[in-house]
Design a protein around this ligand. Sequence first.
Ligand SMILES: *Cc1c(COP(=O)(O)O)cnc(C)c1O
Length: 361
Amino acid sequence: MVYNFNPGPAVVPAAALREAAANLVDFRGQGMSIVEMSHRGQVYEEIHQQAIDRCLRLYGLGPEFTVLLLQGGASLQFAMVPMNLLRPGQSADYISTGHWSQKAVEEVGLVGRTCRLAGSSEAADFSYIPAQAELDLDAQAAYLHLTTNNTIYGTQFQALPRSGGVPIVADMSSDLLSRPLPWDGIGLAYGGAQKNAGIAGLTVVIARREWLDRASVEGVPTVMRYATHTKSNSLYNTPPVFAIYLFGLVLQWIEAEGGLAGIDARNQHKAGLVYAAIDASAGFYRGHARPDSRSLMNLTFKLPDAALDARFCSQAEKAGLIGLKGHRSVGGVRASLYNALDPAGCQALAEFMRDFARQHA
Ligand SMILES: *Cc1c(COP(=O)(O)O)cnc(C)c1O
């Protein structure tokens, strides 16, 4: 028995894995696996549609929104967003709160479009989320792009900024389906399933239909047009059927946990256990994120020196606490507490932290 704190791919609800395993060889008595069936057959199409409907229902979204089940990861969305939603001559605003935000900005230039920085916490080593008053927003921007949760630095938007009617485009890779969201300002949100919602291979895009329909597709390859996927209900080409099946199982698990409100309460409780251990350590553990910007998903902290960081991670691993090494660009420790991580894992980590500090302070 281990607790999996990996940043992604990451822990998946055991109930979903067990159900998938039980159905892998003979899917619900069909005599073949889900991965052997036609993606145009009735059995698969039902799984596909149920995943889309469940995702909309969990977020409380009506028919003005659509869910696309794509591939290529958030990394492809960095390019697809400006290719489809930013016309030559227009500009988009980007808030830079870390490595992934910067990657998104880079792709805008690579596809020949223009954007400007509306805010950045780079000068403070991405340790916080810029406040509304720090943002320099362009009222004419085609959209405002932001990263809701910064996986590497451990910061998270506690609330979305007010964008004055400019649609928000959100990279939600590492906090997808982890909390209820106000969607009135959001035009499009995207994220890979492998952190909070299943396994690698599936990219979930949730967007306002009407906005996608108005998008310009001139010069955009067919498979990279949102319009291609809205028209075909994400069945233009072969979808990642197994990842979508698992996504559906994870959505069912979230429903059983009380929906996004239930998951949010559970996530707040979990993160609270670990932050309490940081805050009670009299400075032995130093959090990277400013307290007002702390993430509920990725908790980053350092010990008094790099040798202790390494010792902490290797001893934790021996105690069954896996995947705690910080990202190479930040160092230290990172505990990823995605939806599926059991609260008992956070309890175990907090206890381990208290014991370790007592022995090494
Ligand atoms: C992991 C991650 C990405 C990259 O996702 P891929 O699916 O590997 O392309 C982008 N943004 C954020 C915030 C992430 O956490």
